[in-house]
Ligand binder design. Structure first.
Ligand code: SF4
Length: 52
């Protein structure tokens, strides 16, 4: 993983109020997200905070 990706992951985690990204992600639904790491993703390029 490159430095830029690590900075992005760090920044994403900093802004997420829950332990796992999925708990605060608007795609946290089987029909919206088919990623294998759901519902316990700690890194995800598709993560979008709810209500934004
Ligand atoms: S898009 Fe990523 S963060 Fe969102 S529910 Fe799916 S795996 Fe979780």
């Amino acid at each position: 993983m490159g430095l830029w990706n690590r900075i992005q992951a760090w920044w994403t985690r900093l802004r997420c109020p829950t332990e796992f990204l999925c708990d605060n992600c608007k795609y946290d639904h089987p029909s919206a997200c088919s990623r294998p790491q759901r519902p316990n993703a700690v890194r995800c390029p598709d993560y979008r905070p709810r209500g934004k």
